[in-house]
Design a protein around this ligand. Structure first.
Ligand code: GRF
Length: 212
């Protein structure tokens, strides 16, 4: 159960973190990277790593459900067990989630349930928080509302610009996502309602902390 498809719309640094982890023994097998954007940097990163990279653009005629069905059709060929959303800038509908029940993960650049939706880092900065971070969670039909697998905390410093805070959060994201995906592909996650039980090994934790 380690075949993973990654969906990304942007530059793909989280994808790169997964690629780098796999190159050094991570048990996931990244079998396809799909994007809604033809020019997504993530596609280049996939090709450079020898991973099939596909574009599934949304057509004008498609509503969100129809688009998600075409995405599912495109992914089926790769027989994936897990889906990682990594900067995929679309809300997935039940048409997508139904094809991969409890098998879709997302990374969000805030400590959920604070600051869901777009620009979590900017929201946190504007709010004046003292800690910020990232969350890996199962995807449900809401926006960043699914059961939480792991969170990573970073300080929000007084003199931070939004970009400085976002960069610190991103570094944490790159630690967090490979860790959570490992648990997924190793069958170490069990979901009961909102609670995600992780079969942790010595030294592992569902909460990471960065001093800065
Ligand atoms: C990350 O901040 C992620 O948390 C959010 O989108 C961004 C994607 O960045 N969902 P990248 O494309 O992985 O560099």
């Amino acid at each position: 159960m380690n075949r993973v498809g990654v969906l990304a719309s942007g530059g793909g640094t989280n994808l790169q973190a997964l690629i780098d982890a796999v190159a050094t023994g991570h048990p996931a097998k990244l079998v396809v990277v799909a994007s809604d954007k033809r020019d997504a940097g993530a596609l280049e990163r996939a090709r450079a790593a020898g991973i099939p990279a596909i574009v599934v653009p949304k057509t004008k005629a498609q509503d969100r459900e129809a688009y998600d069905r075409s995405l599912v059709d495109a992914l089926r060929a790769y027989a994936i067990d897990w889906v990682c959303l990594a900067g995929f800038m679309r809300i997935v509908t039940p048409a997508f989630l139904g094809a991969f029940p409890n098998r879709v993960l997302n990374i969000h650049p805030a400590l959920l349930p604070a600051f869901p939706g777009l620009h979590g880092q900017q929201q946190a900065h504007d709010y004046g928080v003292r800690v910020a971070g990232a969350t890996v969670h199962f995807v449900d039909a809401g926006t960043d509302t699914g059961p939480i697998i792991a969170q990573g905390v970073v300080p929000a410093l007084q003199d931070d610009t939004p970009d400085a805070l976002a960069a610190r959060i991103l570094t944490m994201e790159h630690r967090l996502y490979p860790m959570a995906l490992r648990w997924a592909v190793e069958g170490r996650l069990r979901v009961e309602g909102r609670q995600v039980h992780v079969d942790l090994r010595p030294g592992e934790s569902t909460a990471l902390f960065s001093p800065g």
